[in-house]
Design a protein around this ligand. Structure first.
Ligand code: MFK
Length: 515
Protein backbone atom coordinates (compact mmCIF):
# COMPACT_ATOMS: atom_id res chain seq x y z
CA UNK A 1 0.00 0.00 0.00
CA UNK A 2 1.20 3.48 -0.85
CA UNK A 3 1.68 5.77 2.12
CA UNK A 4 -0.94 8.54 2.32
CA UNK A 5 -0.35 11.36 4.75
CA UNK A 6 -3.23 12.42 7.04
CA UNK A 7 -3.87 16.17 7.05
CA UNK A 8 -4.41 18.50 10.03
CA UNK A 9 -7.84 18.57 11.69
CA UNK A 10 -9.76 21.33 13.42
CA UNK A 11 -11.98 20.81 16.45
CA UNK A 12 -14.35 23.23 18.24
CA UNK A 13 -12.13 26.31 18.32
CA UNK A 14 -13.44 27.49 21.68
CA UNK A 15 -13.26 24.25 23.66
CA UNK A 16 -9.91 23.31 22.07
CA UNK A 17 -8.27 26.72 22.34
CA UNK A 18 -5.36 26.42 24.76
CA UNK A 19 -5.55 30.04 25.93
CA UNK A 20 -8.93 31.71 25.31
CA UNK A 21 -11.03 30.23 28.10
CA UNK A 22 -8.21 30.53 30.64
CA UNK A 23 -7.71 34.20 29.72
CA UNK A 24 -11.41 35.03 29.80
CA UNK A 25 -11.67 33.51 33.27
CA UNK A 26 -8.87 35.84 34.34
CA UNK A 27 -10.25 38.94 32.59
CA UNK A 28 -13.97 38.66 33.32
CA UNK A 29 -16.05 38.58 36.50
CA UNK A 30 -17.17 34.96 36.90
CA UNK A 31 -20.90 35.66 36.41
CA UNK A 32 -20.16 37.28 33.04
CA UNK A 33 -17.91 34.40 32.04
CA UNK A 34 -20.67 31.89 32.94
CA UNK A 35 -23.22 33.84 30.89
CA UNK A 36 -21.14 34.03 27.70
CA UNK A 37 -19.63 30.54 27.93
CA UNK A 38 -22.47 28.68 26.11
CA UNK A 39 -22.46 31.23 23.28
CA UNK A 40 -18.70 30.97 22.77
CA UNK A 41 -18.92 27.19 22.74
CA UNK A 42 -21.66 27.38 20.11
CA UNK A 43 -19.61 29.82 18.02
CA UNK A 44 -16.48 27.64 18.37
CA UNK A 45 -18.48 24.78 16.84
CA UNK A 46 -19.79 26.95 13.98
CA UNK A 47 -16.21 27.94 13.22
CA UNK A 48 -15.35 24.35 12.29
CA UNK A 49 -18.65 23.42 10.65
CA UNK A 50 -20.98 25.84 8.79
CA UNK A 51 -18.70 28.87 8.82
CA UNK A 52 -15.71 26.86 7.64
CA UNK A 53 -17.77 25.41 4.79
CA UNK A 54 -19.13 28.84 3.79
CA UNK A 55 -15.73 30.52 4.00
CA UNK A 56 -14.23 27.88 1.71
CA UNK A 57 -17.11 28.36 -0.69
CA UNK A 58 -16.61 32.15 -0.61
CA UNK A 59 -12.87 31.82 -1.17
CA UNK A 60 -13.39 29.45 -4.12
CA UNK A 61 -15.95 31.80 -5.71
CA UNK A 62 -14.50 35.31 -5.57
CA UNK A 63 -16.79 38.27 -6.28
CA UNK A 64 -17.44 39.30 -9.84
CA UNK A 65 -18.13 42.69 -11.40
CA UNK A 66 -20.46 43.09 -14.36
CA UNK A 67 -20.20 46.69 -15.58
CA UNK A 68 -22.93 46.63 -18.27
CA UNK A 69 -26.03 44.63 -19.05
CA UNK A 70 -26.49 42.96 -22.45
CA UNK A 71 -27.92 46.19 -23.95
CA UNK A 72 -25.16 48.45 -22.78
CA UNK A 73 -26.79 49.97 -19.72
CA UNK A 74 -24.29 50.58 -16.94
CA UNK A 75 -25.29 48.31 -14.04
CA UNK A 76 -22.06 47.73 -12.07
CA UNK A 77 -23.33 44.55 -10.51
CA UNK A 78 -21.05 43.00 -7.92
CA UNK A 79 -21.93 39.43 -7.15
CA UNK A 80 -20.76 37.84 -3.92
CA UNK A 81 -20.90 34.11 -3.30
CA UNK A 82 -23.66 32.44 -1.29
CA UNK A 83 -21.09 31.56 1.34
CA UNK A 84 -20.23 35.24 1.82
CA UNK A 85 -23.90 36.13 2.26
CA UNK A 86 -24.43 33.35 4.81
CA UNK A 87 -21.41 34.59 6.77
CA UNK A 88 -22.72 38.18 6.83
CA UNK A 89 -26.06 36.91 8.09
CA UNK A 90 -24.33 34.79 10.72
CA UNK A 91 -22.33 37.80 11.92
CA UNK A 92 -25.61 39.68 12.48
CA UNK A 93 -27.34 36.75 14.16
CA UNK A 94 -24.46 36.17 16.57
CA UNK A 95 -24.43 39.91 17.35
CA UNK A 96 -20.75 40.45 16.66
CA UNK A 97 -21.20 44.20 16.16
CA UNK A 98 -24.44 44.50 18.16
CA UNK A 99 -23.01 43.18 21.43
CA UNK A 100 -20.58 46.10 21.66
CA UNK A 101 -23.46 48.64 21.54
CA UNK A 102 -26.01 46.73 23.62
CA UNK A 103 -23.36 46.96 26.38
CA UNK A 104 -25.09 44.19 28.29
CA UNK A 105 -21.83 43.41 30.05
CA UNK A 106 -20.83 47.04 30.63
CA UNK A 107 -17.10 47.69 30.27
CA UNK A 108 -16.57 43.97 29.48
CA UNK A 109 -18.73 44.10 26.34
CA UNK A 110 -15.72 44.70 24.09
CA UNK A 111 -13.90 41.73 25.68
CA UNK A 112 -16.90 39.53 24.90
CA UNK A 113 -16.96 40.92 21.37
CA UNK A 114 -13.21 40.32 20.96
CA UNK A 115 -13.72 36.66 21.90
CA UNK A 116 -16.56 36.29 19.37
CA UNK A 117 -14.60 38.00 16.60
CA UNK A 118 -11.46 35.99 17.39
CA UNK A 119 -13.50 32.82 16.81
CA UNK A 120 -15.38 34.18 13.79
CA UNK A 121 -12.55 35.74 11.79
CA UNK A 122 -10.52 32.65 10.74
CA UNK A 123 -13.64 31.03 9.26
CA UNK A 124 -15.15 34.24 7.86
CA UNK A 125 -13.35 34.65 4.51
CA UNK A 126 -12.71 38.25 5.71
CA UNK A 127 -16.36 39.19 6.26
CA UNK A 128 -14.57 40.45 9.38
CA UNK A 129 -13.34 43.37 7.23
CA UNK A 130 -16.75 44.93 6.51
CA UNK A 131 -17.71 44.14 10.10
CA UNK A 132 -14.79 46.21 11.36
CA UNK A 133 -15.90 49.21 9.30
CA UNK A 134 -19.52 48.63 10.31
CA UNK A 135 -18.56 48.80 13.96
CA UNK A 136 -16.37 51.85 13.37
CA UNK A 137 -19.20 53.61 11.52
CA UNK A 138 -21.58 52.86 14.40
CA UNK A 139 -19.09 54.44 16.82
CA UNK A 140 -18.62 57.52 14.60
CA UNK A 141 -22.42 57.95 14.42
CA UNK A 142 -22.73 57.45 18.17
CA UNK A 143 -20.18 60.24 18.70
CA UNK A 144 -20.96 62.66 15.86
CA UNK A 145 -24.24 61.64 14.19
CA UNK A 146 -27.53 63.53 14.39
CA UNK A 147 -30.92 62.01 15.27
CA UNK A 148 -31.54 60.94 11.65
CA UNK A 149 -28.38 58.83 11.63
CA UNK A 150 -28.87 57.56 15.18
CA UNK A 151 -32.43 56.46 14.48
CA UNK A 152 -31.68 55.18 10.99
CA UNK A 153 -28.25 53.89 9.96
CA UNK A 154 -27.05 53.22 13.52
CA UNK A 155 -29.95 50.85 14.19
CA UNK A 156 -29.18 48.90 11.03
CA UNK A 157 -25.46 48.67 11.79
CA UNK A 158 -26.14 47.29 15.25
CA UNK A 159 -29.06 45.02 14.33
CA UNK A 160 -29.11 41.27 15.05
CA UNK A 161 -31.69 40.68 12.33
CA UNK A 162 -29.97 39.73 9.05
CA UNK A 163 -32.83 41.33 7.09
CA UNK A 164 -32.22 44.66 8.85
CA UNK A 165 -28.45 44.45 9.25
CA UNK A 166 -26.28 46.83 7.22
CA UNK A 167 -22.55 46.83 6.71
CA UNK A 168 -20.57 49.99 6.08
CA UNK A 169 -17.56 50.93 4.01
CA UNK A 170 -14.89 53.43 5.05
CA UNK A 171 -13.55 55.36 2.08
CA UNK A 172 -10.43 57.36 2.77
CA UNK A 173 -7.81 56.15 0.34
CA UNK A 174 -7.42 57.97 -2.97
CA UNK A 175 -4.81 57.75 -5.70
CA UNK A 176 -2.59 60.17 -3.78
CA UNK A 177 -2.42 57.85 -0.78
CA UNK A 178 -3.93 55.80 1.99
CA UNK A 179 -1.45 56.86 4.68
CA UNK A 180 -1.43 60.56 3.82
CA UNK A 181 -5.00 61.68 3.17
CA UNK A 182 -4.11 65.36 2.84
CA UNK A 183 -4.23 65.12 -0.96
CA UNK A 184 -7.90 63.98 -0.94
CA UNK A 185 -9.45 65.37 -4.09
CA UNK A 186 -13.07 64.27 -3.62
CA UNK A 187 -15.13 67.48 -3.58
CA UNK A 188 -18.36 68.07 -1.70
CA UNK A 189 -20.87 70.66 -2.90
CA UNK A 190 -24.17 71.67 -1.34
CA UNK A 191 -27.26 70.59 -3.26
CA UNK A 192 -31.03 70.75 -2.97
CA UNK A 193 -31.90 68.58 0.06
CA UNK A 194 -33.73 65.34 -0.61
CA UNK A 195 -35.12 62.94 1.96
CA UNK A 196 -34.51 59.43 0.78
CA UNK A 197 -33.08 56.37 2.40
CA UNK A 198 -32.86 52.63 2.25
CA UNK A 199 -33.84 52.73 5.90
CA UNK A 200 -37.57 52.22 6.21
CA UNK A 201 -37.46 53.62 9.72
CA UNK A 202 -35.99 57.05 9.08
CA UNK A 203 -35.52 58.87 5.82
CA UNK A 204 -32.18 60.66 5.75
CA UNK A 205 -31.59 64.13 4.38
CA UNK A 206 -28.91 64.26 1.71
CA UNK A 207 -27.91 67.85 1.06
CA UNK A 208 -24.41 67.42 -0.36
CA UNK A 209 -23.14 65.87 -3.52
CA UNK A 210 -19.74 64.25 -3.95
CA UNK A 211 -17.40 64.02 -6.92
CA UNK A 212 -14.11 62.14 -6.98
CA UNK A 213 -12.41 58.74 -7.14
CA UNK A 214 -11.85 56.41 -4.19
CA UNK A 215 -8.98 54.02 -4.83
CA UNK A 216 -9.55 51.29 -2.23
CA UNK A 217 -13.08 50.54 -1.06
CA UNK A 218 -13.32 47.21 0.65
CA UNK A 219 -17.02 46.85 1.26
CA UNK A 220 -18.48 47.68 -2.08
CA UNK A 221 -21.52 45.53 -1.45
CA UNK A 222 -22.29 47.43 1.76
CA UNK A 223 -25.40 49.55 2.13
CA UNK A 224 -23.57 52.70 3.31
CA UNK A 225 -20.14 54.27 3.70
CA UNK A 226 -18.38 56.91 5.76
CA UNK A 227 -15.87 58.94 3.80
CA UNK A 228 -13.67 62.00 3.67
CA UNK A 229 -14.28 64.80 1.18
CA UNK A 230 -13.37 68.47 0.85
CA UNK A 231 -16.31 70.92 0.91
CA UNK A 232 -16.22 73.76 -1.61
CA UNK A 233 -14.04 76.59 -0.36
CA UNK A 234 -12.37 74.50 2.37
CA UNK A 235 -8.62 74.84 2.83
CA UNK A 236 -6.09 72.48 1.23
CA UNK A 237 -4.46 69.69 3.23
CA UNK A 238 -6.05 67.36 5.75
CA UNK A 239 -7.46 70.24 7.85
CA UNK A 240 -9.90 71.06 5.03
CA UNK A 241 -11.54 67.62 5.08
CA UNK A 242 -14.97 66.75 6.47
CA UNK A 243 -16.67 63.47 7.30
CA UNK A 244 -19.61 62.40 5.13
CA UNK A 245 -22.21 59.65 5.13
CA UNK A 246 -23.63 58.11 1.99
CA UNK A 247 -25.94 55.26 1.07
CA UNK A 248 -24.75 53.30 -1.93
CA UNK A 249 -27.97 52.04 -3.48
CA UNK A 250 -31.54 53.14 -4.06
CA UNK A 251 -34.54 51.00 -3.18
CA UNK A 252 -34.11 49.12 -6.50
CA UNK A 253 -30.54 48.17 -5.53
CA UNK A 254 -29.08 50.51 -8.18
CA UNK A 255 -25.92 52.36 -7.21
CA UNK A 256 -26.66 56.06 -6.61
CA UNK A 257 -24.35 58.04 -8.87
CA UNK A 258 -21.47 55.67 -8.19
CA UNK A 259 -19.48 53.91 -10.89
CA UNK A 260 -17.41 50.82 -10.11
CA UNK A 261 -14.20 51.28 -12.10
CA UNK A 262 -12.90 47.77 -11.37
CA UNK A 263 -12.42 45.15 -8.69
CA UNK A 264 -8.81 44.94 -7.49
CA UNK A 265 -6.64 41.90 -8.01
CA UNK A 266 -4.98 41.31 -4.67
CA UNK A 267 -2.35 39.12 -3.04
CA UNK A 268 -5.00 37.57 -0.77
CA UNK A 269 -8.43 38.28 0.79
CA UNK A 270 -9.92 36.87 -2.43
CA UNK A 271 -13.52 36.69 -1.25
CA UNK A 272 -13.58 40.36 -0.28
CA UNK A 273 -14.78 42.72 -3.05
CA UNK A 274 -12.29 45.60 -3.08
CA UNK A 275 -13.06 48.20 -5.74
CA UNK A 276 -12.08 51.51 -7.25
CA UNK A 277 -15.12 53.79 -7.35
CA UNK A 278 -15.97 57.02 -9.11
CA UNK A 279 -18.42 59.28 -7.30
CA UNK A 280 -20.47 61.22 -9.85
CA UNK A 281 -22.60 63.59 -7.79
CA UNK A 282 -23.23 60.96 -5.11
CA UNK A 283 -25.79 62.22 -2.56
CA UNK A 284 -24.23 62.58 0.89
CA UNK A 285 -24.82 63.91 4.37
CA UNK A 286 -22.31 65.79 6.48
CA UNK A 287 -21.50 64.12 9.82
CA UNK A 288 -20.77 66.29 12.85
CA UNK A 289 -20.56 69.59 10.98
CA UNK A 290 -17.91 70.92 8.62
CA UNK A 291 -14.20 70.37 9.28
CA UNK A 292 -12.31 68.05 11.64
CA UNK A 293 -12.87 65.15 9.22
CA UNK A 294 -9.66 63.30 10.11
CA UNK A 295 -10.31 63.62 13.85
CA UNK A 296 -13.89 62.37 13.38
CA UNK A 297 -12.97 59.45 11.15
CA UNK A 298 -10.25 58.48 13.65
CA UNK A 299 -13.09 57.30 15.94
CA UNK A 300 -13.86 54.83 13.15
CA UNK A 301 -10.33 53.73 12.31
CA UNK A 302 -9.40 53.30 15.96
CA UNK A 303 -12.13 50.65 16.10
CA UNK A 304 -10.99 48.99 12.86
CA UNK A 305 -7.46 48.91 14.28
CA UNK A 306 -8.68 47.01 17.33
CA UNK A 307 -10.54 44.64 14.97
CA UNK A 308 -7.32 44.22 13.02
CA UNK A 309 -5.52 43.16 16.21
CA UNK A 310 -8.25 40.68 17.11
CA UNK A 311 -8.34 39.23 13.58
CA UNK A 312 -4.53 38.97 13.52
CA UNK A 313 -4.52 36.85 16.67
CA UNK A 314 -7.48 34.78 15.43
CA UNK A 315 -5.61 34.16 12.20
CA UNK A 316 -2.38 33.33 14.05
CA UNK A 317 -4.32 30.90 16.29
CA UNK A 318 -5.85 29.11 13.29
CA UNK A 319 -2.41 28.65 11.72
CA UNK A 320 -0.99 27.36 15.02
CA UNK A 321 -3.91 24.95 15.47
CA UNK A 322 -3.27 23.50 12.04
CA UNK A 323 0.49 23.23 12.62
CA UNK A 324 0.02 21.57 16.01
CA UNK A 325 -2.52 19.13 14.63
CA UNK A 326 -0.21 18.26 11.74
CA UNK A 327 2.70 17.75 14.13
CA UNK A 328 0.63 14.99 15.79
CA UNK A 329 0.19 13.02 12.56
CA UNK A 330 3.30 13.68 10.52
CA UNK A 331 6.17 11.26 11.12
CA UNK A 332 9.75 11.88 10.04
CA UNK A 333 12.99 10.15 11.09
CA UNK A 334 10.92 7.60 13.01
CA UNK A 335 9.11 10.10 15.25
CA UNK A 336 6.08 12.36 15.09
CA UNK A 337 7.01 16.02 14.52
CA UNK A 338 5.47 16.75 17.92
CA UNK A 339 8.09 14.47 19.48
CA UNK A 340 11.02 16.14 17.72
CA UNK A 341 12.70 18.56 20.14
CA UNK A 342 13.52 21.25 17.59
CA UNK A 343 10.12 21.20 15.92
CA UNK A 344 8.42 21.27 19.34
CA UNK A 345 10.59 24.17 20.46
CA UNK A 346 9.83 26.13 17.29
CA UNK A 347 6.09 25.70 17.78
CA UNK A 348 6.41 26.49 21.48
CA UNK A 349 8.16 29.79 20.73
CA UNK A 350 5.43 30.71 18.26
CA UNK A 351 2.83 29.83 20.89
CA UNK A 352 4.55 32.11 23.42
CA UNK A 353 4.66 35.01 20.95
CA UNK A 354 1.01 34.38 20.11
CA UNK A 355 0.11 34.64 23.81
CA UNK A 356 1.82 38.03 24.07
CA UNK A 357 -0.18 39.27 21.07
CA UNK A 358 -3.35 37.85 22.59
CA UNK A 359 -2.81 39.53 25.99
CA UNK A 360 -2.03 42.90 24.44
CA UNK A 361 -5.12 42.73 22.22
CA UNK A 362 -7.55 41.76 24.95
CA UNK A 363 -6.08 44.43 27.23
CA UNK A 364 -6.77 47.08 24.59
CA UNK A 365 -10.28 45.67 23.96
CA UNK A 366 -11.02 46.01 27.67
CA UNK A 367 -9.69 49.59 27.70
CA UNK A 368 -11.94 50.39 24.74
CA UNK A 369 -14.95 48.97 26.58
CA UNK A 370 -14.07 51.04 29.64
CA UNK A 371 -13.70 54.19 27.58
CA UNK A 372 -17.08 53.65 25.90
CA UNK A 373 -18.80 52.96 29.24
CA UNK A 374 -17.03 55.96 30.80
CA UNK A 375 -15.40 53.89 33.53
CA UNK A 376 -11.82 54.42 32.27
CA UNK A 377 -9.45 56.34 34.54
CA UNK A 378 -7.30 59.08 33.01
CA UNK A 379 -4.35 56.64 32.89
CA UNK A 380 -6.50 54.07 31.06
CA UNK A 381 -7.66 56.67 28.55
CA UNK A 382 -4.02 57.54 27.82
CA UNK A 383 -3.17 53.84 27.49
CA UNK A 384 -6.05 53.26 25.06
CA UNK A 385 -4.93 56.10 22.79
CA UNK A 386 -1.27 55.04 22.83
CA UNK A 387 -1.69 51.27 22.77
CA UNK A 388 -4.29 51.03 19.99
CA UNK A 389 -1.63 51.65 17.28
CA UNK A 390 0.89 49.53 19.22
CA UNK A 391 -1.48 46.54 19.39
CA UNK A 392 -2.28 46.87 15.70
CA UNK A 393 1.31 47.06 14.48
CA UNK A 394 2.60 44.45 16.94
CA UNK A 395 -0.05 41.79 16.33
CA UNK A 396 -0.06 42.30 12.55
CA UNK A 397 3.69 41.97 12.20
CA UNK A 398 3.96 38.98 14.53
CA UNK A 399 1.06 37.32 12.73
CA UNK A 400 2.84 37.57 9.35
CA UNK A 401 6.15 36.38 10.81
CA UNK A 402 4.50 33.56 12.77
CA UNK A 403 2.37 32.37 9.87
CA UNK A 404 5.41 32.35 7.59
CA UNK A 405 7.16 30.06 10.08
CA UNK A 406 4.05 27.89 10.28
CA UNK A 407 3.88 27.50 6.50
CA UNK A 408 7.46 26.23 6.71
CA UNK A 409 6.51 23.79 9.46
CA UNK A 410 4.40 21.92 6.87
CA UNK A 411 7.40 21.45 4.60
CA UNK A 412 6.46 21.16 0.93
CA UNK A 413 2.77 20.72 1.77
CA UNK A 414 2.78 24.28 3.11
CA UNK A 415 3.60 25.50 -0.40
CA UNK A 416 0.78 23.62 -2.12
CA UNK A 417 -2.40 25.55 -2.77
CA UNK A 418 -5.05 22.92 -2.11
CA UNK A 419 -3.79 22.29 1.43
CA UNK A 420 -5.15 25.80 2.17
CA UNK A 421 -1.87 26.67 3.94
CA UNK A 422 -0.45 29.21 1.42
CA UNK A 423 -3.66 31.23 1.69
CA UNK A 424 -2.96 31.75 5.39
CA UNK A 425 0.25 33.60 4.55
CA UNK A 426 -1.17 35.65 1.68
CA UNK A 427 -4.10 36.71 3.83
CA UNK A 428 -1.93 37.48 6.86
CA UNK A 429 0.07 40.03 4.88
CA UNK A 430 -2.89 42.38 4.69
CA UNK A 431 -2.98 42.93 8.47
CA UNK A 432 0.19 45.02 8.45
CA UNK A 433 -0.94 47.08 5.44
CA UNK A 434 -4.56 48.16 5.74
CA UNK A 435 -5.79 50.39 8.55
CA UNK A 436 -2.32 51.93 8.67
CA UNK A 437 1.05 50.35 7.89
CA UNK A 438 3.57 49.50 10.61
CA UNK A 439 5.50 52.73 10.09
CA UNK A 440 2.39 54.93 9.94
CA UNK A 441 1.18 53.41 13.21
CA UNK A 442 4.58 53.86 14.84
CA UNK A 443 4.33 57.55 13.95
CA UNK A 444 0.77 57.64 15.25
CA UNK A 445 2.05 56.21 18.55
CA UNK A 446 4.74 58.88 18.62
CA UNK A 447 2.14 61.63 18.13
CA UNK A 448 -0.06 60.12 20.85
CA UNK A 449 2.93 60.01 23.20
CA UNK A 450 3.79 63.64 22.51
CA UNK A 451 0.20 64.81 22.82
CA UNK A 452 -0.63 62.95 26.05
CA UNK A 453 2.89 63.81 27.29
CA UNK A 454 5.62 61.22 27.79
CA UNK A 455 5.50 61.62 31.58
CA UNK A 456 1.78 60.76 31.73
CA UNK A 457 2.34 57.74 29.47
CA UNK A 458 5.24 56.47 31.62
CA UNK A 459 3.13 56.81 34.75
CA UNK A 460 0.18 55.01 33.13
CA UNK A 461 2.40 52.12 31.99
CA UNK A 462 4.01 51.83 35.44
CA UNK A 463 0.58 51.75 37.08
CA UNK A 464 -0.76 48.90 34.95
CA UNK A 465 1.86 46.99 32.99
CA UNK A 466 5.20 46.65 34.77
CA UNK A 467 6.35 43.63 36.78
CA UNK A 468 8.66 45.33 39.21
CA UNK A 469 9.94 42.00 40.56
CA UNK A 470 11.10 40.73 37.15
CA UNK A 471 14.67 41.74 36.28
CA UNK A 472 14.29 41.07 32.55
CA UNK A 473 11.12 43.10 32.37
CA UNK A 474 12.61 45.97 34.36
CA UNK A 475 15.65 46.01 32.05
CA UNK A 476 13.38 46.34 29.01
CA UNK A 477 11.40 49.09 30.69
CA UNK A 478 14.55 51.04 31.63
CA UNK A 479 15.64 50.80 27.99
CA UNK A 480 12.26 52.16 26.84
CA UNK A 481 12.34 54.96 29.41
CA UNK A 482 15.82 55.98 28.27
CA UNK A 483 14.48 56.03 24.73
CA UNK A 484 11.54 58.22 25.75
CA UNK A 485 13.82 60.54 27.76
CA UNK A 486 15.94 61.15 24.63
CA UNK A 487 12.80 62.53 22.97
CA UNK A 488 13.23 65.82 24.82
CA UNK A 489 16.46 66.62 22.94
CA UNK A 490 16.20 64.55 19.75
CA UNK A 491 15.58 66.15 16.38
CA UNK A 492 12.29 65.43 14.56
CA UNK A 493 14.26 63.31 12.10
CA UNK A 494 15.76 61.17 14.89
CA UNK A 495 12.44 60.83 16.68
CA UNK A 496 10.65 59.55 13.61
CA UNK A 497 13.49 57.26 12.57
CA UNK A 498 13.39 55.58 16.00
CA UNK A 499 9.59 55.35 16.33
CA UNK A 500 9.36 51.78 15.08
CA UNK A 501 12.01 50.41 17.45
CA UNK A 502 10.31 52.14 20.37
CA UNK A 503 6.88 50.84 19.32
CA UNK A 504 7.94 47.19 19.25
CA UNK A 505 9.76 47.65 22.55
CA UNK A 506 6.57 49.01 24.12
CA UNK A 507 4.63 46.12 22.57
CA UNK A 508 7.05 43.63 24.15
CA UNK A 509 6.96 45.37 27.53
CA UNK A 510 3.20 45.72 27.82
CA UNK A 511 2.43 42.23 26.57
CA UNK A 512 5.05 40.71 28.87
CA UNK A 513 3.69 42.74 31.80
CA UNK A 514 0.18 41.38 31.25
CA UNK A 515 1.11 37.69 31.28
C1 MFK B 1 -9.31 44.82 1.20
C2 MFK B 1 -8.07 44.52 0.60
C3 MFK B 1 -7.16 45.61 0.75
C4 MFK B 1 -5.95 45.39 0.03
C5 MFK B 1 -4.75 45.93 0.66
C6 MFK B 1 -4.98 47.12 1.52
C7 MFK B 1 -4.71 48.39 0.80
C8 MFK B 1 -4.77 49.55 1.69
C9 MFK B 1 -6.15 50.03 1.84
C10 MFK B 1 -6.13 51.27 2.62
O1 MFK B 1 -5.71 52.27 2.15
S1 MFK B 1 -6.79 51.18 4.21
C11 MFK B 1 -6.64 52.82 4.81
C12 MFK B 1 -5.39 52.94 5.51
N1 MFK B 1 -5.20 54.29 5.96
C13 MFK B 1 -5.26 54.61 7.26
O2 MFK B 1 -5.56 53.84 8.15
C14 MFK B 1 -4.83 56.00 7.57
C15 MFK B 1 -3.37 55.97 7.88
N2 MFK B 1 -2.89 57.31 8.16
C16 MFK B 1 -2.95 57.82 9.38
O3 MFK B 1 -3.41 57.20 10.33
C17 MFK B 1 -2.42 59.20 9.49
O4 MFK B 1 -1.77 59.30 10.72
C18 MFK B 1 -3.52 60.27 9.39
C19 MFK B 1 -4.33 60.11 8.13
C20 MFK B 1 -4.47 60.23 10.57
C21 MFK B 1 -2.78 61.59 9.35
O5 MFK B 1 -3.62 62.66 9.01
P1 MFK B 1 -3.31 64.13 9.52
O6 MFK B 1 -4.47 65.01 9.19
O7 MFK B 1 -1.94 64.52 9.14
O8 MFK B 1 -3.38 63.87 11.11
P2 MFK B 1 -3.08 64.82 12.33
O9 MFK B 1 -2.89 66.25 11.91
O10 MFK B 1 -2.03 64.17 13.14
O11 MFK B 1 -4.43 64.69 13.14
C22 MFK B 1 -5.62 65.36 12.76
C23 MFK B 1 -6.58 65.23 13.94
O12 MFK B 1 -6.96 63.85 14.07
C24 MFK B 1 -5.97 65.60 15.28
O13 MFK B 1 -7.01 66.09 16.12
P3 MFK B 1 -7.31 67.66 16.30
O14 MFK B 1 -7.94 68.09 15.01
O15 MFK B 1 -8.23 67.72 17.46
O16 MFK B 1 -5.98 68.30 16.53
C25 MFK B 1 -5.47 64.27 15.81
O17 MFK B 1 -5.37 64.26 17.21
C26 MFK B 1 -6.58 63.36 15.34
N3 MFK B 1 -6.08 61.99 15.17
C27 MFK B 1 -5.24 61.53 14.20
N4 MFK B 1 -5.01 60.23 14.38
C28 MFK B 1 -5.70 59.86 15.48
C29 MFK B 1 -6.40 60.99 15.98
N5 MFK B 1 -7.18 60.94 17.06
C30 MFK B 1 -7.29 59.75 17.68
N6 MFK B 1 -6.66 58.64 17.27
C31 MFK B 1 -5.87 58.65 16.18
N7 MFK B 1 -5.27 57.53 15.79
Amino acid sequence: MDFIQAGPELKNTFTHDPYLEKSLRRLLPSDIFQKIHPHLKHVGELAVTDWLKWSREAESNPPTHTPFDAWGTRIDKIQNSEGWKHLEDAAATEGIVACAYERKFGEYSRVYQAALLYLFHPSSAFVSCPLAMTDGAARAIELYGDDELKNGAFKHLTSRDPREFWTSGQWMTERTGGSDVSGTSTRAARREPSRESKSAATPTTFDWSLNGVKWFTSATTSQMAMLLARPEGAEDGSRGLSLFYTELRDSNQRLKNIEVLRLKEKLGTDALPTAELRLNGTPAKLVGGEGGGVRKISSLFNITRVYNSVCSIGHYRRALDLAQSYAQVRVAFGKKLSDQPLHRKTLHELEEQFKRCFDLTFFVAHLLGKDECETASEAERILLRALTPIAKLYTAKHCVLGVSEIVESFGGAGYIEDTGIPRLLRDAQVFSIWEGTTNVLALDFLRALERETPAAFIQAIEERCIKKDNAHHMALWLKAKAHIARMATASREELEADARVLSFLIGDIVSFGLE
